[in-house]
Design a protein around this ligand. Structure first.
Ligand code: HEC
Ligand code: HEC
Length: 262
């Protein structure tokens, strides 16, 4: 202590003191800021889940139960279905289900993106399940449409048709057409297997394979090579329109010519 006190009037003493103080202040500031940013990161997800729980209580609990463990004969438990299932079901407007029928109907979603992610965060907090895929995982530009076609023909075409146009199944159910479905929802459908569709986990179809399928489906979306799509009913319907319109014109002009000459 004496040795230190002796240097107290040294010319460099104020400089050393200032430097020590600065170091102390920045050190404390750094410690405080890392602590608070870590808090912020966990706080947002916990907050999301808490908001999601409120939305859930108001919109979903009547069927799925207040703790989301399901209600016998009404709706299944959502523990472990993951954020992907919620993002798909709510994002495509299937949930909240409205009418009871053979299949939950896709309709305009009634929630904002933010609310959907809050609901997803809540359900994900109940038990581990598939997460929402990243933008890169579903980017059609990065996929191979030709490989996707092969995968689609072996795994999906029997229900959704060879180019994803959709088709009827048994018991009043149907596989929808896939041309307007967003890449993220296509990926999530494969991961979670909604209703009568099987689950395609990463062992069945690798993440790259899933992206190839998305690339294939988006290639179908770019336009119909055979001309007008006419509600996607296909060439027979197009032929029928040809007959109706062209024949109608011929008959009309025949009548017109006949009417003028008499
Ligand atoms: C009218 C009742 C009803 C309401 C309201 C409802 N659901 Fe559902 N939900 C169902 C039924 C029934 C199923 C099962 C459908 C099936 O697989 O045939 C289901 C399935 C689901 C699934 C799929 C589970 C899985 O195994 O992949 C999710 C996710 C889901 N609901 C989330 C929600 C969310 C979130 C809400 C609120 C925004 C909600 N549901 C509101 C009846 C309902
Ligand atoms: C056994 C028949 C079956 C097979 C095989 C099948 N699906 Fe499906 N798929 C369905 C049914 C049924 C639905 C509608 C489920 C619902 O409404 O909840 C569906 C829904 C979807 C949807 C949601 C469409 C939308 O716009 O909401 C996508 C995307 C999808 N399937 C993609 C695929 C892909 C990709 C494959 C192959 C890897 C596949 N499916 C294999 C029966 C099938």
């Amino acid at each position: 202590m004496n040795a230190l006190a002796r240097h107290r009037y040294h010319r460099a003493a104020p400089v050393v003191l200032v430097l020590l103080l600065l170091a102390l202040i920045t050190g404390v500031a750094a410690a405080v800021s890392t602590a608070s940013s870590a808090d912020a990161a966990t706080a947002t997800t916990a907050e999301d889940a808490a908001e999601g729980q409120k939305l859930f209580a108001a919109n979903c609990a009547s069927c799925h139960g207040l703790d989301a463990t399901g209600t016998d004969g009404v709706a299944p438990s959502l523990v472990g279905v993951g954020a992907a299932a919620v993002d798909f079901q709510v994002g495509t407007g299937r949930m909240p289900m409205q009418s009871s029928g053979p299949q939950a109907i896709a309709k305009r979603t009634q929630f904002s993106e933010e609310e959907i992610s809050q609901l997803a965060a809540y359900v994900a907090s109940l038990g581990a399940g598939p997460a929402i895929p990243t933008a890169e995982q579903v980017d059609p530009e990065l996929g191979d449409a030709a490989k996707g076609m092969e995968l689609f023909r072996t795994n999906c075409a029997m229900c959704h048709g060879s180019v994803g146009g959709g088709g009827a199944l048994t018991q009043g159910k149907y596989a929808p057409n896939l041309w307007e479905t967003t890449p993220t929802h296509i990926y999530e459908a494969m991961l979670t297997g909604p209703q009568s569709m099987p689950v395609f986990n990463d062992a069945n179809i690798t993440p790259e394979g899933k992206r190839d399928i998305i690339a294939y489906l988006k290639a179908q979306d770019e336009g119909s090579p055979g001309g007008l799509r006419l509600g996607t009913i296909g060439p027979v319907a197009e032929g029928m329109w040809g007959w109706l319109v062209a024949l109608g014109l011929i008959i009309a002009s025949t009548v017109w010519i006949g009417a003028r000459s008499s």
